[in-house]
Design a protein. Structure first.
Length: 245
């Protein structure tokens, strides 16, 4: 089975539509959405409703910190994120806010763990930026393969025993996730990539061949940026999706 793994959509309808289409064209049979469906972008309600439809069709969906902040607080975030979340909260009807609040922090499918941040303390929203961050995840979890988002930059970590952890920045070629190792894949961001490329990022994992591909989907970035400005959101948010930073 081919699973498309998406994270950090951040209210970007254009990017979300492009990734779903690209994933289906690549043969995806199931979707997993790793949270941060909202925040930053101008189409939060559309993105929540599209995610709800995916979930009803069998997609795995977990909660991200921006989703969580809709029902709790954005006090720990930077000013730009707080402004965007306050706007988003006002734009979402009650059923959408309830949907986000009820999403689980983690989900498991066979030997695969899905989480927004990392698995040692999912509710802390820790970033996986270096091998020591990945080691904390490996030491606290048992899954052979884990997928997370939160960082907005694709990366892959591997270990034999949670002792030595290797870090790899993936290219376009599919990577075999060898069965004798454990893996943590940071899949990048659909709606706000931060690795210098504006194309929407996602991953495709084949549970039969154990191959993992990090993919990109071009989309109408200018249209998404124009919506952000028209909504009165901070202009920096439009600049970031244009620049991929």
């Amino acid at each position: 089975m081919k699973i498309a793994i998406l994270s950090d959509i951040h209210g970007n309808r254009e990017a979300y539509e492009a990734v779903i289409a690209a994933a289906e064209a690549a043969g995806a049979e199931r979707f997993a959405v790793l949270g941060d469906i909202v925040g930053y972008g101008a189409d939060p309600e559309w993105c929540v409703e599209r995610t709800r439809a995916l979930a009803e069709a069998g997609a795995i969906v977990v909660r991200g910190n921006h989703d969580d902040a809709i029902a709790t607080s954005a006090s720990g975030m930077n000013e730009t994120a707080r402004i965007a979340l306050d706007w988003t909260r006002n734009m979402l009807p009650g059923p959408s806010r309830l949907f986000l609040s009820r999403l689980p922090l983690t989900a498991v499918l066979d030997d695969i763990l899905f989480v927004h941040a990392e698995g040692s303390r999912p509710e802390r929203w820790n970033y996986v930026l270096e091998t020591e961050d990945a080691r904390a995840h490996f030491e606290a979890t048992a899954a052979r393969v884990s997928f997370c988002g939160h960082v907005h930059k694709p990366c892959l970590y591997g270990t034999l025993d949670a002792g030595k952890v290797t870090r790899f920045v993936p290219g376009p070629a599919a990577i075999p996730l060898l069965a004798r190792r454990r893996w943590l894949s940071v899949v990048g961001s659909v709606g706000q990539p931060r690795d210098g490329r504006p194309e929407a990022a996602f991953a495709l994992y084949d549970t039969d061949s154990l191959d993992l591909a990090f993919l990109r989907a071009p989309y109408d970035v200018e249209a998404a940026a124009a919506k952000i400005l028209a909504a009165g959101l901070p202009p920096r948010l439009a600049d970031r999706i244009m620049e991929g930073r």
